[in-house]
Design a protein around this ligand. Structure first.
Ligand code: CA
Length: 250
């Protein structure tokens, strides 16, 4: 009799297999159970036993500019040195959309709401069952995998960082406030450093083909953008005028 060709891993295991998960938990017993059940699912697990170590791991990942090394963070709230809420808040402030599952001994509604308000994606109260924990991890990984297919990457040029998903821009780590048109202009520029754009091309891309105003609009918006970005707006280093053609970024 011919055997059926059934994959050895179930669809849900294929989802968790090779997922990179950071577990931040100071209680040894819980940490070991969590790590073991994730490893049984085929996950690659990194561990931090206090808030400082977790924050160092995440900051290194951030400054390496490489692909973010975790697909999910399992985060305890009450941690030595830096608490879980501050870690989560910091991650979101950096523009990271990595899913966060909070593990907490606190069961009250306000703590749950606070956890979700600082940008956690889900919340599980101790004591919890391992099957429930794994099911929640799977759900977050599935959501992450689905949404990352539609995610625009964070754009970086020198000390400027643009987060398309959050419509945020930081310069040397400090947030600057841009109007929607200024944001779209900058997004276009930063996506193609060195490219020369004519005023007509910028109108077409940012204002759309139906725009009826004249190209002076572009100059006005560039001036505003320079005032917000450039250390010396009269001597621009980011948005450079290319005489007779238009503008170039970088
Ligand atoms: Ca704890």
């Amino acid at each position: 009799m011919q055997s059926l060709d059934i994959p050895k891993t179930s669809p849900s295991q294929q989802l968790t297999q090779f997922s990179r998960i950071l577990v931040v938990e100071d209680e040894e017993l819980i940490r070991e159970m969590v790590v073991l059940s994730l490893q049984q699912e085929g996950c690659e697990v990194s561990i931090a036993t206090d808030g400082r170590t977790a924050s160092n791991l995440l900051q290194n990942a951030e400054s390496n500019q490489s692909e973010f090394p975790y697909d999910l963070i399992v985060l305890d709230l009450m941690l030595p040195q830096i608490n879980g809420l501050d870690i989560c808040r910091w991650l979101r402030y950096q523009g990271s959309t990595i899913p966060v599952l909070i593990l907490s001994a606190k069961a009250s509604e306000t703590d749950r709401v606070l956890g979700l308000e600082v940008g956690a994606d889900d919340y599980i109260t101790k004591p919890f069952s391992m099957p429930e924990f794994v099911a929640r991890c799977r759900a977050l990984l599935r959501r992450q995998r689905f949404s990352s297919q539609f995610q625009s990457p964070v754009l970086q040029y020198q000390d400027l960082t643009l987060f398309p998903q959050q419509c945020r821009v930081t310069i040397r780590g400090e947030e600057i406030s841009l109007s929607p048109k200024e944001f779209k202009l900058l997004e276009l520029f930063i996506g193609s450093p060195g490219r020369v754009w004519s005023r007509e091309q910028l109108i077409e891309q940012v204002w759309g083909p139906d725009f009826l105003g004249d190209t002076k609009t572009v100059d006005v918006h560039i001036r505003w953008l320079r005032e917000k970005l450039e250390p010396d707006p009269c001597n621009p280093s980011y948005i450079v005028t290319v005489r007779g053609f238009g503008y170039r970024f970088g």
